[in-house]
Design a protein around this ligand. Structure first.
Ligand SMILES: *Cc1c(COP(=O)(O)O)cnc(C)c1O
Length: 370
């Protein structure tokens, strides 16, 4: 039988290897020149003033909320149709998570539902650029200003995506990116916060580094901080990958285009739709199955022919731990319906036409038996 396909695969070049090896030889393994260079490269690419690298995307989200002073008594609105880290970052602060539904076409947070959930205690909305498709950030930005609340963008899945030529990461008060190995750009484990607010940026720099104010006063801690620093090997890998970011993204575009071309033949599948004027940055390749298809059976079938898949996202309010945290009770009809039918197929920039063909064939064979 053909070799098992990978669900995702990082793109690592010989140049990446050489840069990381260079850091190891230098013996400067933390807070070195690549940390600044990586931050500068992402800030410039996205078009914001400040970038603060941290140890994960989750840390990025958590630190944004801490720096904004969000805590017990506050409410933060997030979609439930997301990776758990979006909601968890809120829970870490002691603030209350309020779930908003998603809109059915692009599967990002429903701005109207989010606005309806605003109360006197609401401090912020965290929009999520799900699967690499930007949330309605342009509209949310206006609505949040009107209501006096902060917009945060969980852009962990969307480096390079844009609305009307303006890149995600530049909307709202602050944005979070993640660089886990399945993301468009990877450093191993890492994340980054982008903001145009200099005071927020300096608070974030202190908070990620044990509450220190400057490097000069290494043993002076001005606030309760964290160790959320990004190490120098990771920063070097991130910097090296940023040198070819458009190539990384266009390889993924090409694989998504192959899927988009072959899947309609099967019939009944709903492919990812893209809002007008949006540039999607493909993170995962998700399709919506026809209601008559049994997703579990499909996943078993795909697995039997060496094709991994994921029921992605399983919404946060449906997670086993949500009940214990009283997050389970909520009325999210669109999320429940969409989440019961989405499936993520193998996806990365090195997939060949033959790989994509194999996945499409297996889906077609299953569809014929349904
Ligand atoms: C990947 C991801 C994160 C955070 O990722 P880390 O694994 O902590 O780096 C946060 N939100 C979303 C939507 C993600 O996909």
């Amino acid at each position: 039988m053909a070799e098992r396909l990978s669900m995702s695969l990082p793109n690592i070049s010989e140049a990446d290897v050489a840069v990381v090896a260079g850091v190891l030889r230098s013996r400067r393994l933390a807070l070195g020149p690549y940390l600044d260079a990586f931050e500068e490269s992402v800030a410039e690419y996205v078009g914001v003033e400040h970038a603060v690298a941290v140890s994960s995307g989750t840390a990025a989200l958590h630190l944004i909320l801490v720096a904004l002073g969000i805590g017990p008594g506050d409410e933060v609105i997030v979609p439930s149709f997301t990776f758990v880290a979006t909601a968890n970052a809120v829970l870490f602060t002691g603030a209350k998570v309020v779930f908003a539904d998603i809109e059915p076409v692009y599967m990002t947070i429903d701005a109207d539902d989010a606005m309806q959930k605003v109360t006197a205690s609401t401090r912020a909305i965290i929009a999520v650029d799900a699967f690499g498709h930007p949330a309605e950030l342009d509209r949310l930005e206006v609505l949040c200003v009107e209501r006096g609340i902060t917009l945060i963008d969980d852009s962990c899945e969307a480096l390079g995506a844009a609305i009307g030529g303006r890149r995600v990461g530049s909307f709202g008060s602050a944005s979070a990116f993640a660089f886990y190995p399945n993301k468009q750009l990877t450093v191993g484990e890492g994340g980054m916060i982008l903001t145009d607010d200099p005071k927020l940026a300096s608070a974030l720099r202190s908070l990620r580094n044990q509450g220190r104010s400057t490097m000069a006063a290494w043993l002076v801690h001005e606030r309760l901080g964290y160790n959320y620093r990004l190490d120098e090997m990771s920063a070097a890998l991130g910097w090296s990958q940023m040198q070819r970011i458009e190539t990384l993204l266009s390889e993924r575009d090409a694989v998504a285009a192959m899927y988009n071309e072959q899947l309609p033949v099967i019939g009944g599948l709903t492919l990812q739709r893209i809002r007008p004027s949006v540039r999607m940055s493909w993170f995962v390749y998700v399709v919506l199955l026809p209601p008559a298809w049994n997703r579990d059976d499909l996943m078993v079938h795909l697995d039997s022919v060496g094709i991994p898949s994921r029921a992605y996202f399983r919404p946060v309010h449906q997670q086993p731990y949500a009940q214990a945290l009283a997050l389970g009770q909520c009325d999210l009809p669109v999320t429940n319906e969409i989440a019961s039918r989405t499936i993520a197929l193998p996806f990365h920039g090195a997939m060949t036409g033959e790989d994509v063909h194999r996945v499409c064939d297996a889906l077609g064979a299953f569809g014929q038996g349904t």
